[in-house]
Structures are given as structure tokens and as C-alpha cells.
Design a protein around this ligand. Structure first.
Ligand code: HXC
Length: 512
């Protein structure tokens, strides 16, 4: 054989394997409204940057009709760049045996995660699969075990992002669940047991979409972090997310074009002085951020707390803010889980934390207590307390009781506490305080309401402002709202060199 023939043979084999399950299956995939694995990779990576690894891999099992080779064993893996930065991708190919996971398929994904981990670059998994390959039995299940172990090993070393672009059922959901962020595309599903099994076991009737569709996991369960209307939108989300993140835990996030110091006059009127008047804290975040850009995470879930990324002076900052517009910005179970996981992600990847506090406390209620608000709320304390990245806490307005502490109080570990003149810090609000402290006196007063109001004014005079806390060394800086951005920018510039050495231990025991 001469070289030309060898090259010809290679090209033909390449063409055959790149065709995946063949034309018919590709048409069926498009008819389901989905792109193929290769189309997804092309959409995601910089043009021409993809280098495939394992194109010629085939399934190991030959049982139950699996006589023909399955190209790539149903998953396309390799490396490339996104906006010039290296990433590793694995895209399940639904056109090949429904993207089902056989042992070779699993090995390819594990190899991809390991490569990403060793090179210190993000791993992105594009999921679209019928789950464990039925014909491979226990080997398929153990394939998943291996994938999970690799996800766990890479956790906290490199960012791991999952995009769900089709079915994701049974134990298969746990690979995405072990990664840092999940983007679900409209029409995709995630569930442990499907509608059929649920009907048999509990008698409940539900369809796949209402059980585990993209909106359900973004709004109700909190399993997903982003909702995408289309494949294109999912790619846009992942690219923007990556732009805020370092490639690994030893690096700092990339620095973008910097916006410098500026007064933000609108902040002087954005936060109402009256403690019960609502406003949208996202407007405050945007006013503080460089170029007004806020990349919100889990926007649809537990909206009483707002989390996401901004840049200040060109550097990535993770923001956690109470949202007075929803449940008065109280911390409940969902909000606690949402905030604490985000705080831990930021801490793992050297992203400083900005906390914007306007909180009346933890949400009261029998359901919350019985469902374990003590256990879940403790996660927020733990996450802030163990985080070693720079932490700035801003008291925008109310900061009462356990809520005050949970939103990164001074002694929980805030490096700088800044208050606005609207700050009102206390065990409880003035109204509640007076009702408790002067219960008998109010009852016996000649004019109970006048007496109550007089005591409320006294209470506000003493505690309902930031000066008492500042006099005790708890609030470091009090600023006019228009100067808030400048103080935060100066603060993070100063805190950049922060280095904390923790006592050695195996690992802590975060309440779960
Ligand atoms: C082998 C599979 C498969 C699987 C799909 N296929 N899932 N082959 N093992 N798990 C094959 C189909 O037979 C079909 O082959 C092709 O992929 C496309 O599937 P369709 O059914 O035509 O597609 P669609 O109508 O879109 O339905 C997709 C689906 C359905 C909802 C995923 O295929 C399905 O219910 N599959 C079985 C799901 C399942 O029970 N998986 C095991 C889950 S348990 P042909 O040759 O006809 O094109 C699990 C445990 C993991 O995953 C545990 C980890 C710890």
C-alpha cells in the first residue's frame, strides 16, 4: 500500500465514524428539535479549534444485537478553545444508540475529565442520553460509578459545567448534579424515576416535562442553574459563565476591561429609607457593577436571594444579595441552599464575595422549621465562615437577628463591613423590640399607641442606624450610597493580597 491509499483509508474511516448513527438518525435528532453532538461542539468551540480524542473507539459489548461498531461509542470527546481559552468537552451522541452509556463511552468521559483536571482547564459536558446501556448491564452501571468518581475528584480543582440537551434519567442525573453548574435546554428532562415508574409506585400521573423539565428544575427544585430557550442560548450562557471563571483553583479569574472609580448618584435614590418599602436589589447590583453588567445565576429559583457574577475594576466578584421584593428578602431553606453552594463555589475558585444585606431574618413558619431550616440555614454560616477569599459586606438597610449574622457579619469573617446611612442593625426591628420590651407598659399606658410610638422613636434613635454599630467597631465604613461602588472597588483592590492559612484537617463537616 502506498501512502496515498493509507491516507484515503483514514479519511474514509474518519468520515464513517464522524457520521455517528448515520443520516436517518441525524434527521430524527433534528426532528426532535435537537442538534447533534458534533453540531453542538461546533457551535460552542472557537472555529477550527476542536481536536477529537477517541473518534475510533467502539463499544466493548457485542450482545443483544450490538454486532456493528458504535462510532465513538456514542460520545464525542476532545479539547479546544472558547474565546481563546482551553476547555475539554464531552458531547453524548444521541444518534448512536441513544447516546447510551457503555463502558467505553464512560471511559472516554473519564479520560476527558482527567485530562481537564491535569491540564487545569474547565470540563464541559453536553448531555443527551438514554442512560445506562441496557445491553451492557453492570459494566454500564460501573461506567457511571467511574464518571461520578472522576467528577468528584475534579470538584474544586476545575470548573465543571453540564448542559442538558435531551433525556437525562435515573442515576445518570448524578453526573451533572456533581458538577458546578447545570444549564437545561427547553425540552430536556432530568429525573431519577420517570413518569411510568412513578405511576406504578405512587399512582401519581405526570408527564416528563412537568416532572423534570427545564423550567421545573430552574424554578422549583433548584437542580439547574440556568434555563435556555434554545441550544444557541445555552452556548451563550456557558461562554459568558466561563468568562467570569478561572481555568482552575490555582488561578485567578481573567481580568476584563476595567471601569474605574465613579460616583453612582442613582444609588442615593434607589434604596428607600422606609424599611418596609420594596425595591429590586438587582438594580443596586447593576449600579455597582462595571458597565452595569450582572450575570445572574439561578435567577428563577428562590428569588428572595439573588446570586451571580459582576466585575468591579475588571475583576470577577460573586454577589449574594437579599431581595426585598420577594418574601421581604428573608432567608428560607431554598435561599440558604442556593446561597451557600454559590459561596463555596466562589471560595473554591478564588472569586471574592460581595454581600448586600437587607434582611428581616430567617423565614418564620412551621413548615420551614419541620423541613430543617436550622440545618439548611447553618450552611450559609458555614460557607461564609470557611471562605478565605476577600469578603465585603454592605448593610443596605435592615439587618436583623440571625439574618444579620448569616449575611456575612463582621465576626463570621467579613474583611470589611460597609453601611449606608439607611442601615438598621439589631436583634429585631424597632417595632417588634418595643412590643416585647414594653408589653406591660403599653397595656397600662393612658394612651398605648402614643407610648409605643415614643419608645419606637427612642429605639430607632439608639439602634436603628449604623452609628451604634460603628461606635462598637462592628461597622468599618459608613458611606453615602453614591460612593458605595468606589468604596467596594477600593476595598477589593486592598484585599487582593489577602492570604489566610487554615489549620490542617481532613475536611470540615458542613451541615447538609
Ligand atoms: C440501549 C438505548 C437506551 C439505553 C435509548 N436507546 N436508550 N439503547 N440502552 N439505555 C436506543 C433506543 O433503543 C433507540 O435505538 C435509540 O437509542 C433512540 O431511542 P428512542 O427511544 O428512539 O428515542 P426517543 O423516542 O427520543 O426516547 C428516548 C428515551 C428512550 C426516552 C431515552 O429511548 C428510553 O426510554 N430509553 C431507555 C431509558 C432507560 O431505561 N435507560 C436506563 C435508565 S437507568 P434504535 O436502534 O431503535 O434507534 C440508568 C441508570 C444509571 O441510566 C445508573 C447510574 C448509577
Amino acid at each position: 500500500m502506498d501512502m496515498e491509499k493509507l491516507i484515503q483509508a483514514l479519511k474514509e474511516k474518519e468520515k464513517k465514524y464522524k457520521a455517528g448513527g448515520g443520516k436517518e438518525k441525524v434527521v430524527a435528532q433534528h426532528n426532535r428539535g435537537k442538534l447533534t453532538a458534533r453540531e453542538r461542539i461546533d457551535l460552542f468551540l472557537d472555529p477550527g479549534s476542536f481536536v477529537e480524542i477517541g473518534l475510533f473507539a467502539e463499544q466493548r459489548a457485542k450482545n443483544f444485537g450490538l454486532t456493528e461498531p458504535l462510532p465513538g461509542d456514542g460520545v464525542v470527546t476532545g479539547y479546544g478553545t472558547v474565546n481563546g481559552r482551553r476547555v475539554v468537552v464531552a458531547a453524548q451522541d444521541f444518534t448512536v444508540q441513544g447516546g447510551s452509556v457503555g463502558s467505553m463511552h464512560a471511559d472516554k468521559i473519564c479520560r476527558a475529565i482527567k485530562m481537564a483536571q491535569e491540564m487545569g482547564v474547565p470540563f464541559i459536558s453536553l448531555n443527551d442520553s438514554g442512560g445506562a446501556r441496557i445491553q451492557e448491564g453492570i459494566e454500564a452501571l460501573e461506567g457511571y460509578s467511574k464518571i461520578f468518581a472522576h467528577n468528584i475528584d475534579a470538584s474544586g480543582i476545575i470548573p465543571q459545567i453540564s448542559v442538558i440537551g435531551g433525556p437525562c434519567a435515573g442515576g445518570a442525573v448524578y453526573s451533572p448534579a456533581l458538577t458546578d453548574f447545570i444549564v437545561m435546554i427547553k425540552g430536556s428532562n432530568m429525573f431519577i424515576t420517570g413518569p411510568q415508574v412513578i405511576k406504578e409506585v405512587t399512582g401519581e400521573e405526570v408527564d416528563g416535562e412537568s416532572l423534570g423539565g427545564a423550567l421545573i428544575h430552574n424554578q422549583i427544585s433548584g437542580v439547574a442553574h440556568f434555563y435556555a430557550e434554545s441550544e444557541q442560548e445555552a452556548v451563550k450562557i456557558v461562554k459568558e459563565l466561563l468568562s467570569y471563571l478561572p481555568a482552575n483553583y490555582l488561578e485567578s479569574p481573567p481580568v476584563a476591561a476595567e471601569e474605574g472609580y465613579r460616583r453612582v448618584l442613582e444609588l442615593n435614590s434607589l434604596i428607600p429609607v422606609q424599611p418596609t418599602k420594596v425595591y429590586d436589589v438587582r438594580e443596586v447590583i447593576k449600579a455597582i457593577a462595571d458597565f452595569g453588567r450582572f450575570f445572574e445565576v439561578q435567577a428563577l429559583f428562590a428569588p428572595n436571594i439573588v446570586i451571580g457574577f459582576i466585575r468591579i475594576g475588571g475583576e470577577t466578584v460573586g454577589v449574594i444579595a437579599n431581595q426585598p421584593k420577594v418574601k421581604a428578602g428573608c432567608l428560607d431553606i431554598d435561599a440558604s441552599n442556593k446561597a451557600s453552594r454559590f459561596i463555596r463555589f466562589c471560595d473554591a475558585f478564588n472569586i471574592p464575595l460581595l454581600t448586600l444585606e437587607d434582611i428581616p431574618g430567617y423565614l418564620p413558619g412551621v413548615w420551614q422549621e419541620h423541613a430543617g431550616i436550622i440545618r439548611h440555614g447553618a450552611k450559609v454560616l458555614y460557607a461564609y465562615g470557611e471562605a478565605t477569599v476577600p469578603k465585603i459586606t454592605v448593610i443596605l438597610r435592615k439587618a436583623y437577628g440571625g439574618g444579620y449574622i448569616a449575611m456575612c457579619s463582621k465576626n463570621l469573617g467579613a474583611d470589611l463591613t460597609i453601611a449606608l446611612p439607611t442601615a438598621d442593625i439589631g436583634v429585631v426591628g424597632a417595632d417588634a423590640a418595643v412590643n416585647i420590651l414594653y408589653r406591660d407598659e403599653i397595656k397600662n399606658a393612658e394612651n398605648p399607641e402614643d407610648f409605643r410610638q415614643e419608645k419606637i422613636s427612642e429605639f430607632i434613635e439608639l439602634f436603628g442606624n449604623p452609628y451604634y454599630a460603628a461606635s462598637k467597631g462592628i461597622v468599618d465604613i459608613i458611606v453615602e450610597p453614591a460612593e458605595l461602588r468606589n468604596q467596594i472597588l477600593a476595598g477589593f483592590k486592598f484585599l487582593k493580597s489577602k492570604k489566610i492559612k487554615k489549620s490542617p484537617k481532613k475536611h470540615g463537616n458542613i451541615p447538609l
